[in-house]
Design a protein. Structure first.
Length: 959
């Protein structure tokens, strides 16, 4: 029978949700397990990459549910920020890509019209996330608890969180240079790219803006990261093809590029553009350097980028390879020099002068390094490397030399700050902030640095909060293990983080100043707690109006009396007490699972807010980080709209095949490429397993045999491994046991003639439930096909019954397996058509010796003692062999792993085991099989193979 995955999925999904087996209520006395995955931002459609973390979450939750836990697995969405606003704006402007994407995903024209409203966008995607993604995948989520961060009740919760942080002294206010969109105000720049669509790794650079006196009292301003190099200035670079503007800043007029003036507008109170000139008109003129007062000429350079810094560059050819090569090129470029009036004298006056003693270099590092690397042109790609090399050594290890006045002898790093401060104080310099690379807001606008005079921060740098968070993190189960270590450093270095923004944002108004909106990272830290009570809001038991500070204090902190809280909130005492009890039952959170972009952003603040606000017994217990599913080139974990859609993939491959792909394709802690063929192969595997179950059931006609004891023992071993892997949340190893190892065991059982109905029933009763966490729909279908009711999803996966006896069973069968492999190998290599196979198991004296050697319980065997005792009891004719076998044993044991030693310790009657398997070997090889002890005089052994027999490895002679 060919499985119709789509039909099976629809049937079971409906049956589960109709029976409400996904809903969770506290069961006092029963163990609980509470997992969330980091809720997704509402910025558009998701792709198949997103389902990795979610599917693994569901597998973990289902396993916990099937092993004695009441589980809570709620979901929600994060609509805070400008994702939905930007989306609505694209619809409103009829952006063709957006409209096409909506149509391709089946949105009706009526619906598309509605989506010009951001709130409709949120509603639209909330439904898609829940129905088309999470329910479609059969998740055991309690849908009654769904929440969204822009709902009024959620906002009440965030207001409360902000009040608690303020009460703890963790909300602070100070001036701030923030990355901001013109339209939306400040945006967060970090790897999670919550607010932005490009530039997550950009840094804010602080430039020193040096003022050079120029004509008419104007000042040319050059932005530099190295103000101390003023001593080595030889000339000024301007781009002749760029427009420069006069900008009125307080009482001064600055000359800079137009884009720079635009940026400056966000950082200074009064910035007014007065006039402009093209760069060409300024060439050859002179200006006066700050601090040194040196007059320097203005030279042309097309490398001056109007978008970087101020668009004007000061030239320090002694230490900047670009400046040196620029001068070299200009010297040769007679046409340009003629055009701009650059005389020979100007060029020779601009010879580099030494200012920094740099270890490993002579007086002019830039000249030296370009010569060594053979750089002669500005278009040479090695110029970057040369710059980095000189910059790094000069800045970190250089010392200002005798030509640097009062700074002579100072390390460069120190002189830099001192010079900056001095020039700032004397009005010869100012500060200017810019981003290290282009950053785009989700709305498409470019992001700039803007001064916010009274920005609010959450003080994550608070030493007490940091210490308590670090100490708690050590007690948590954090995976992968490296992150358990690394998060210590992340917490240590976490700084104050801006927590509110002005501008056009969705989210909660800041309770202390309604002009601000709480930003996206700050309102998504404590939310697992909110799922405990969202259910009561969603069903109308309570409403936002009564969700006061007292209410949350009572529910989450146990403060106050329910009678009193009932009076002020209007909620009945029973309801309050029930919610409080729910919280006490479900909290703390057991696992927060999220993508690797959260490692430096969300996870640390998730932890720190719990520590700051909740009581210690409610701090989280675990974090799991998942890596991405990528497509060729980029990550598709971020919705860009175009990649493989989830419903399409589900229809094509089947949900269970996708779930198995996510669980098994690789460790959760590496990126994996999405490959259609791989997913297809998992689909085929599921069909084969279905067929195997049918074969197994069809063969259950006979009575018990020796192999049944092995099969049962084997199953206990697999079960134990399954538990072990899932306790480590290692779905890959778990899936390997369930979908690969167990089927192999079953095939071996059938091959060995296993056919006992009782054993087969036991196998299916164990194996099918083990499949339910990862491939629940197919498992459910198998279960129903067996006539079992009601659901495999609500069955308990029994605990393994491991014993020495089961281990011994496995060891005995391993002997037969390896014998089969060995004989097959010999037949293959020798290409013999055997008439008879003679198997000779190791003689008793070898078993005795090995037992003695192992009995010492250590890996260093006393060889001479071993020989002595063996000599005393072994038959006379083998005495010659004893010393060499003793040495062999000593070597083997010294190299053995703990597992090997354990396997060697199972001592059983090999003659009995192999004799019983003789019939099986006859049928496998189609010839006679004789089994002897290697010391049996009746054996057929013309080539003397018997002496090669070892415990666990019989000798074989083929006739
Ligand atoms: Zn914007």
């Amino acid at each position: 029978m060919t499985l119709d995955f789509t039909a099976i999925e629809a049937k079971w999904r409906k049956a589960w949700y109709d029976a409400k087996i996904n809903e969770s209520e506290p069961k006092p006395g029963k163990k609980k397990f509470f997992l969330i995955f980091a809720y997704p931002g509402v910025t558009g459609y998701m792709t198949v990459g997103h389902m990795r973390g979610y599917s693994v979450s569901d597998a973990i939750v289902r396993f916990k549910k099937m092993t004695g836990h009441e589980v809570l697995f709620p979901v929600g969405t994060h609509a805070t920020g400008n994702g939905a606003i930007a989306f609505a704006r694209r619809v409103e402007r009829e952006n063709p890509i957006t409209l096409e994407m909506l149509r391709a995903n089946g949105a009706s024209e009526d619906m598309i019209k509605k989506l010009a409203d951001p709130l409709e966008v949120v509603k639209f995607f909330n439904r898609i996330f829940v129905d088309d993604y999470w329910k479609r995948f059969g998740f055991m989520s309690d849908w009654r608890r769904f929440t969204c961060t822009i709902w009024p009740d959620y906002s009440k919760f965030i207001e409360w969180q902000m009040r608690k942080l303020k009460a703890e002294g963790l909300l602070i206010q100070r001036p701030y240079y923030a990355a901001a969109c013109i339209e939306h105000g400040p945006v967060a720049i970090d790897a999670s790219e919550t607010d932005i669509s490009k530039g997550g790794n950009a840094e804010t650079l602080e430039y020193t803006l040096l003022k050079f006196d120029f004509e008419d009292g104007r000042k040319l301003v050059a932005a530099t990261l190295r103000p101390e190099t003023v001593f080595g200035l030889t000339n000024f670079w301007l781009n002749p093809e760029v427009e420069y503007v006069d900008v009125q800043v307080d009482r001064e007029t600055w000359v800079m590029s137009r884009p720079a003036a635009e940026k400056l507008r966000f950082q200074k109170d009064t910035v007014e553009v007065r006039g402009s000139a093209d760069g060409a008109s300024l060439m050859g003129k002179r200006c006066k350097a700050p601090y040194t007062g040196k007059m320097i000429p203005i030279f042309p350079s097309v490398l001056c980028d109007p978008n970087v810094g101020s668009g004007l560059v000061m030239s320090v050819p002694s230490d900047a390879p670009v400046d040196w090569i620029g001068l070299v090129e200009l010297k040769k470029d007679t046409a340009a020099r003629k055009k701009y009036g650059i005389t020979d004298e100007m060029i020779s006056d601009s010879a580099p002068t030494s200012i920094i003693d740099t270890p490993g270099y002579g007086p002019l590092p830039a000249v030296e390094v370009t010569k060594r690397m053979g750089i002669e042109s500005l278009s040479d790609s090695k110029l970057d490397e040369a710059t980095k090399e000189v910059y790094k050594t000069g800045f970190h290890r250089g010392v200002m030399n005798a030509s640097c006045g009062e700074f002579s002898g100072q390390p460069v790093e120190k002189a830099k700050d001192a010079m900056k401060e001095e020039m700032l104080a004397s009005g010869q310099a100012d500060l200017f902030y810019d981003l290290s690379e282009e950053v785009l807001c989700r709305c498409g606008n470019r992001v700039f640095i803007k001064k916010i005079p009274d920005q609010w921060f959450i003080d994550y740098a608070n030493p007490d909060l940091t210490e308590r968070s670090k100490a708690h993190a050590l007690t948590m189960k954090i995976l992968p293990r490296e992150y358990h270590e690394n998060i210590q450093g992340v917490l240590e270095w976490y700084r104050e983080r801006a927590c509110v923004r002005m501008g056009n944002w969705l989210g909660t108004k800041f309770p202390f100043d309604q002009r601000w909106t709480v930003e996206a990272i700050a309102d998504s830290t404590l939310y697992p707690a909110y799922y405990v009570l969202s259910k009561y809001v969603n069903d109308g038991t309570i409403g936002p109006a009564g969700m006061t500070e007292e209410f949350f204090d009572y529910v989450f902190l146990g403060k106050g009396e329910s009678q009193h809280v009932s009076k002020t909130t209007g909620f009945p005492v029973e309801v309050l007490d029930r919610i409080r009890k729910d919280f006490e039952y479900w909290y703390p959170l057991d696992v927060n699972l999220g993508g690797k972009e959260h490692m430096t952003v969300h996870f640390p603040v998730f932890l720190m807010n719990h520590v700051a606000v909740l009581r210690q017994q409610h701090w989280p217990r675990g974090i799991i980080v998942n890596w991405y599913i990528t497509s060729t080139g980029g990550k598709i974990s971020k919705s860009k709209g175009g990649a493989q859609s989830i419903p399409e993939a589900a229809a094509r491959f089947g949900v269970d095949a996708m779930r198995l792909f996510y669980a098994h394709i690789a460790s959760l802690y590496v990126d994996v490429d999405w490959e259609d063929e791989k997913v297809e192969s998992y689909r085929e595997r599921l069909q084969r397993l279905w067929n195997l179950v049918q074969d197994l059931r069809a063969s259950g006609q006979g009575g018990p045999k020796d192999i049944d004891a092995w099969m049962e023992a084997r199953l206990e071993g697999r079960l134990a491994k399954a538990y072990e892997h899932m306790n480590d949340f290692d779905t890959r190893s778990y899936a390997n046991e369930v979908y690969f190892e167990i089927p192999q065991d079953i095939r071996w059982y059938l091959r060995r003639g296993g056919a006992h109905d009782a054993t087969i029933a036991k196998m299916l009763d164990t194996w099918i439930p083990l499949m339910a966490p990862i491939t629940p729909h197919v498992a459910e279908e198998m279960w129903a096909d067996l006539g079992r009711k009601p659901f495999v999803s609500t069955q308990q996966i029994r605990e393994p019954r491991l014993s020495e006896a089961t281990a011994l069973e496995e060891a005995r069968e391993r002997l037969v397996e390896s014998l089969l492999e060995d004989i097959s190998e010999i037949l293959k290599v020798t290409e013999i058509k055997a008439k008879k196979i003679v198997i000779m198991v190791a003689p008793k004296w070898k078993h005795d010796m090995r037992r003695d050697a192992l009995a010492e319980g250590k890996q260093k065997v006393d060889v001479s003692g071993l020989i002595k005792s063996a000599m005393n009891r072994a038959p006379a004719e083998v005495k010659r062999e004893i010393p060499s076998y003793a040495k062999e044993l000593a070597a083997e044991i010294s190299k053995a792993s703990e597992g090997d030693l354990k396997a060697m310790s199972y001592d059983y009657d090999e003659l009995e085991v192999v004799s019983k398997a003789a019939g099986f070997l006859v049928s496998e090889f189609g010839c006679g099989v004789e089994v002897y002890s290697a010391e049996d005089p009746r054996r057929t052994d013309p080539k003397g193979k018997a002496r090669f027999a070892r415990p666990g490895r019989p000798a074989v002679y083929l006739e």
